[in-house]
Design a protein. Structure first.
Length: 278
């Protein structure tokens, strides 16, 4: 996959392979990302969260994510569809937002034989339509395809999503919502109080939840893990100065950012950049 292409994705893009380009470091997909694991096993990190992929599992981030392939078996293979955010918003405008909320909080889905066969048929169609040079009907094709696929997903999979979510305890649901919130906001919102307020609970109760469902980690530790991952992605861009990154991520100044980064990685931002260019 051509990484420069991903930074300026102009239309739907089909990829099939082992995601080896995601092994060296975190990469930011500023686009919709739909992945099917067709063979083997892989561990994909989005910062504070990790997803264990295996055959017949699907991972969907409607509006993009940072990602890194932490490890994978030798036979690991995936099929991926990428689509611009603008196209996704056009396709989703008339669809029920309830299902989007469920799938944002539960981005991984393990298929059964029936739905697995059908979702691969959609991938086959995506491969047929978007692996070739674009035609004169490109924009209409893309919108019709994505809209149709979303309607199929929402008519065949959400009942399972909803039933799974309804079987969760309140604490489990709050934990999933918290993880979604830090995935969305950690680059700019660093305080536990912000997330507790968004969830309408106290910071103390949020601490109790995360310690139960994240192997004893505090909310602040999870926020800092996600923020550190976001900083690594920004530091991979040589056009951004450390001062600019500090501003983008709402640190008081570059010195504060450097202290935070060194505390969480063991190296300064400058050392991280030097290591990346070796």
């Amino acid at each position: 996959m051509e990484l420069p292409l991903l930074s300026s994705l102009a239309g739907i893009y089909y990829y099939e392979g082992n995601l080896a380009f995601l092994e060296p470091s975190l990469f930011h997909f500023d686009c919709g990302f739909q992945l099917l694991c067709t063979r083997g096993k892989g561990l994909l990190s989005t910062g504070a969260q990790q997803f264990h992929l295996h055959e017949m599992s699907e991972l969907i981030f409607w509006e993009g994510s940072i990602m890194q392939l932490v490890k994978a078996s030798g036979d690991f293979q995936v099929r991926v569809l990428l689509y611009p955010k603008k196209l996704f918003l056009q396709a989703a405008v008339s669809l029920d937002t309830t299902y989007f909320n469920y799938m944002r909080e539960f981005p991984q889905y393990d298929h059964e034989e029936g739905t697995w066969k059908n979702v691969n048929l959609w991938m086959d169609m995506g491969q047929l339509l978007f692996s070739q040079p674009s035609s004169g009907f490109k924009e209409r094709l893309e919108l019709n395809f994505l809209q149709s696929m979303l309607m199929w997903i929402f008519s065949s999979i959400p009942d399972t999503y909803v039933s799974v979510a309804e079987s969760y305890t309140r604490k489990q649901l709050l934990f999933h919502r918290f993880m979604h919130l830090i995935h969305e906001h950690a680059a700019k919102m660093h305080q536990v109080s912000f997330y507790a307020s968004q969830l309408c609970i106290s910071s103390r109760y949020l601490n109790e939840i995360t310690e139960t469902y994240s192997l004893g980690k505090t909310p602040k530790e999870l926020i800092d893990e996600q923020l550190t991952a976001e900083l690594k992605v920004l530091l991979n861009n040589p056009d951004l100065s450390i001062a600019e990154i500090a501003f983008l991520c709402r640190f008081p100044d570059s010195s504060y950012l450097s202290r935070f980064f060194k505390k969480n990685t063991g190296m300064s931002p400058k050392e991280y950049r030097t290591q990346r260019t070796r």
